[in-house]
Write a protein that binds this ligand. Structure first.
Ligand code: ZN
Length: 66
């Protein structure tokens, strides 16, 4: 039987982790609400767009249309 709590796996902050996104700013566009989020753990920034308030925001993988 394996112990559940063995050595913790070191997680360098530069590798992928579950980002703790917090919204820094937001503004409305014709495509939806653009959210500028930043991970409080590693400082990575991301731009999300929330097309419908009832749906979770999705990460922009392409540049914004003008
Ligand atoms: Zn992060």
């Amino acid at each position: 039987m394996t112990a559940l709590h063995t050595r913790p796996i070191p997680q360098p902050i530069t590798t992928a982790h579950e980002h703790a996104w917090s919204v820094e700013s937001r503004h409305r566009t014709s495509d939806g609400t653009v959210l500028y989020v930043r991970c409080g753990d590693c400082g990575t920034r991301r731009v999300d767009v929330e097309q419908h308030p009832s749906m979770p925001p999705s990460a922009l993988s392409r540049t914004l249309r003008r």
